[in-house]
Design a protein around this ligand. Structure first.
Ligand code: TXA
Ligand code: MG
Length: 326
């Protein structure tokens, strides 16, 4: 069973020892918890895929301290460097042409590598002490809801990861924005996230494109763009204003505390925020989904978030979480 350690010099030293020895460790970031391995150690990265039951075709993100370490892994264009200066450390992942030192097992054989510099202080301490880039996908079984606390990681990967560093609940709560800058002519958002497309667009010389999600079938054609992802086990669907009547045990997750709702013995009602603050909603979104998913209900009804910006990023995750749509 995994050991969970809070921030201390000993905890950091223990994590680094495991990582440099080819082991895996769950670490906090400001977005979600990651399952980390030495990024230049192909065998260690393979252990990450195994622990998550992740298809080998789905490449991993490399976490770096900053621009200098990024340049060791990839060919960094001046445009990419400007973005790194503005948005790192933070929730922006850049996909760039990789250098030969990056093992193919991380990139699933692609000629590109995804990199970001996380801002969480405990993650940065580990990166500094390790002195190597760390490959880390979200620390959840493939396809399931991303973890935003150490307890979430322990619940699902506690048997396969020896050490979890507890850095508290993730401040952002949603995965990073992924921007593919491997071709400067066609900058493309591969995953929407906390850094919005409209914030990135002024930094780019060409119009920003968006990748569409795909329905899972056969070999992965577009890594990370699965339509069904970040999903609870309980069947779920989205609603706009009113959750439908349902005689089965079910839950309704509202964006904002509703002023009145139908009280029923077989219905759990919950909400993401009291006041309608989208950032707070993002912060607790995955934790709320997990709690509802653990209740053994027949269905979850999830309310779409009104507005644009971060609200649309949350709607992207809601759509991918929901197995049935209206
Ligand atoms: O916020 C985050 O990005 C978190 C924390 C832990 O940093 N990490 C995360 O990793 O969400 P993961 O593995 O759950 O999602 C990374 C996504 C995957 O969908 C993968 O397909 C995509 O990034 N990806 C990685 N390398 C890529 C590449 N070279 N080209 C295109 N997509 C890539
Ligand atoms: Mg993930």
């Amino acid at each position: 069973m995994a050991v969970i350690l809070a921030n201390s010099p000993e905890a950091v030293a223990q994590a680094v020892k495991l990582l440099l020895g080819g082991g895996i460790v769950a670490l906090p970031t400001e977005t979600v918890y990651g399952l980390a391995a030495h990024a230049l150690d192909g065998a260690a990265c393979e252990a990450v895929f195994k622990a998550k039951n992740r298809p080998l075709e789905d490449p991993l993100i490399c976490h770096v301290l900053g621009i200098e370490q990024a340049q060791e892994l990839a060919y960094v264009s001046p445009e990419a460097e400007t973005l790194m200066e503005h948005f790192w450390p933070g929730p922006l992942t850049l996909v760039l042409p990789k250098k030969p030192c990056v093992p193919d097992s991380i990139t699933a054989g692609l000629p590109t590598v995804a990199m970001r510099s996380p801002s969480h202080p405990l993650m940065r301490k580990v990166l500094e002490a390790a002195g190597v880039p760390l490959a880390a996908p979200s620390a959840n079984p493939f396809g399931y809801i991303s973890p935003t606390t150490a307890a979430h990681v322990a619940e699902q990967l506690g048997d396969v990861v020896p050490l979890i560093l507890d850095g508290g609940p993730c401040s952002v709560g949603l995965e990073s924005t992924i921007l593919d800058l491997s071709n400067l002519e066609t900058p493309r958002i591969l995953r929407s996230g906390p850094i919005l497309a409209e914030t990135l667009a002024p930094f780019l010389k060409k119009p920003l494109l968006f990748k569409k999600t795909v329905v899972a079938s056969g070999p992965m054609v577009a890594p990370g763009l699965l339509e069904r992802h970040y999903s609870p086990r309980c069947p779920s669907s989205l609603f706009v204003d009113e959750a439908p009547e349902d005689a089965r045990p079910h839950a309704c997750l509202f964006f904002k505390k509703p002023t009145n709702f139908l009280k029923r013995p077989h219905r759990i009602v919950d909400w993401l925020t009291e006041c309608g603050d989208v950032e707070l909603a993002a912060h607790c979104f995955y934790a709320k989904l997990r709690t509802l998913d653990a209740q053994n209900l027949k269905h979850l009804y999830l309310q779409r978030i009104p507005g644009d910006g971060l609200a649309q990023v949350l709607n992207d995750r809601l759509e991918r979480a929901a197995s049935f749509k209206f």
